[in-house]
Design a protein around this ligand. Structure first.
Ligand SMILES: *Cc1c(COP(=O)(O)O)cnc(C)c1O
Length: 425
């Protein structure tokens, strides 16, 4: 799936399914996120097909895009959820994902969160440390329940991705070091309220190459053999998420190739496989649509100032991420009829970091033109804020000839009234 697969140009107009993006813009106002239901469905089914001959549970990583319409779409296709907070558990349950398809990751689960997850009966806690294990045991005992656990193993593998989304090196805060795993499992087996059932690993995000996964899964396979020798009943392997997407021209291994590699490394262990994809399900199923506010000639370069900012999509400033940026109502960029110009594309926020692209070639633009920032379906809206007292961008989902606003734009009043001025001021 490329950034434009589900957002093609027809007769000099960008479409999402059967609707012109500009028609949505007229009704919703920019900036807004726009998702293709068909794209989400297609990428989920791609995973299902790829893993059809393995006993697999797909647990969508909710943090990538937690809109209820997105979760409901995936829930109806049979997806489980990988969650990292009590809020995400509530979202998953409200979207119809059953508790027994929820796995719970995260380094700082609190007593309240553990209590909530246990009372619902989730499938598995992915435990990131020994103190966390002790707390789960305490809460489970008090509730007279048993918590099924896997340790998240830190295999000390370099994921070859951006350092802020690399999680499987010894210096990262995640998981139990593989060298200490056998001791940790021994302790777990001795604790009340704990049932050891699996092993978990997640080495990072936006991986474009299978080598780090392969290396990590080799270590995990070896560990499972050792744990079984130690007498543990290991029957679940959670291989995490992290498969990348094409933002620019990255060539990503297919889900089929990924699934074959998982089978080659882990198939002989006869475990249930959990996968936790996030970005690879949603990333290229969404765009951020914005309008040109001004075209400004600087001394050295020309700026396209748009009405979306780093508060709406933080990936370029946070991870130096590249997103394709395309004029919505011009000829497709692949057809060279209209002139291209070089711009720095920037937002309204008062920070130099509020830059989406430097020296980028797009169509010659005018005030009011619509611009699409591609590949924004994952880690877009979920990371947005109201910085600069800007309203959160609404989200729209399109299915065939229909579209719906699936999160509304709040009013300034909604934002401001959350603050309280004490009466002693
Ligand atoms: C973020 C995360 C994922 C999803 O990663 P993607 O790169 O979006 O597929 C899966 N598992 C865990 C534990 C995560 O933290």
């Amino acid at each position: 799936m490329t950034p434009t697969s589900y957002f093609p140009h027809k007769n000099n107009q960008m479409f999402v399914e059967n609707i012109a993006v500009s028609d949505i813009a007229k009704k919703v106002q920019t900036p807004f996120y726009c998702y293709s239901h068909t794209a989400i469905e297609a990428s989920f089914q791609d995973y299902q097909n790829a893993f059809s001959n393995q006993d697999t549970l797909i647990c969508y990583a909710v943090k990538a895009n937690s809109n209820q319409a997105v979760l409901t779409t995936l829930s109806k296709l049979g997806s489980g959820a990988d969650v990292v907070s009590m809020g995400e558990i509530q979202r998953a349950i409200m979207a119809g994902i059953p508790a027994n398809k929820i796995v719970y990751s995260g380094v700082a689960k609190t007593e309240e969160e553990i209590n909530y997850a246990l009372s619902l009966g989730i499938f598995q806690f992915n435990v990131e440390s020994e103190p966390e294990l002790a707390l789960i045991s305490k809460v489970a005992t008090a509730l007279n329940k048993t918590a099924a656990i896997a340790f998240r193993i830190n295999p000390n593998v370099c994921a070859q991705t951006h350092e802020k989304i690399s999680t499987g090196k010894a210096e990262n805060k995640f998981g139990v070091p593989i060298s200490k795993a056998r001791v940790a499992y021994k302790e777990a087996a001795a604790l009340p309220g704990i049932k050891v059932q699996g092993v978990d690993v997640h080495i990072g995000s936006q991986l474009t190459n299978l080598t780090p996964f392969t290396e990590a899964y080799q270590h995990i396979a070896q560990l499972v053999v050792e744990l079984r020798e130690d007498g543990h009943d290991i029957n679940v392997i959670d291989v995490g998420g992290g498969l990348g997407i094409t933002y620019s021209d990255e060539i990503i291994p297919s889900k089929q190739t990924y699934a074959e590699m998982v089978h080659a490394q882990l198939g002989h262990l006869n475990c249930k496989i959990i996968i936790e994809p996030g970005r690879s399900l949603l990333g290229n199923a969404g765009i951020l649509v914005s309008s040109v506010v001004f075209v400004k000639k600087g001394e050295e370069r020309e700026f396209l100032i748009i009405d979306a900012g780093m508060n709406d999509l933080i990936r370029p400033s946070m991870y130096d991420a590249y997103h394709q940026i395309i004029a919505v109502d011009k000829a497709s960029i692949d057809n060279n009829e209209e002139p291209l110009k070089t711009y720095d594309i920037v937002g309204p926020v008062c920070e130099t970091g509020d830059t989406f692209a430097k020296a980028r070639q797009v169509h010659d633009a005018e005030i009011g033109d619509l611009i699409a920032i591609m590949s924004s379906g994952a880690y877009g809206s979920v990371m947005s804020s109201t910085y600069n007292t800007r309203m959160l961008a609404p989200e729209v989902m399109v299915k065939g000839d229909e579209f719906a606003v699936v999160r509304t734009r709040p009013s300034y009043e909604d934002i401001i009234k959350q603050d309280i001025t004490p009466d002693w001021l």
